[in-house]
Design a protein around this ligand. Structure first.
Ligand SMILES: [Zn+2]
Length: 102
């Protein structure tokens, strides 16, 4: 059992780079606190696909903890890594090209 605070601290050092395509777009929109339904509408995919992408992203980020993580933990990770792993996503967002990844 890993304490949440310890886990969050360790997350800062845990880079998971090379995010592409729909998963990148889904995770980014989720980090902006859009709901599953809003993300699905924005990217023209189903809510089921949104949840699958979030689940897979979370599993990848938290693989080393032996758990699949939670949505809020994934969102914390996203912002902690906004200068490295998710910087590309934020750049796409700023230049209006993020939705093209969907
Ligand atoms: Zn990183």
């Amino acid at each position: 059992m890993i304490e949440p605070q310890t886990e969050l601290r360790r997350l800062r050092d845990r880079c998971v780079p090379a995010w592409t395509g729909p998963r990148l777009a889904v995770v980014t929109l989720a980090a902006l606190t859009l709901t599953d339904a809003e993300i699905a509408r924005s990217l023209f995919i189903t809510e089921r696909s949104v949840r699958r992408h979030l689940h897979e992203a979370s599993a990848r980020v938290f693989e080393w903890t032996g758990t699949v993580g939670t949505r809020s933990a994934l969102m914390s990770w996203f912002w902690v890594h906004s200068g490295c792993c998710t910087a590309g996503a934020l750049h796409l967002l700023e230049t209006g090209r993020l939705l093209e990844c969907g």
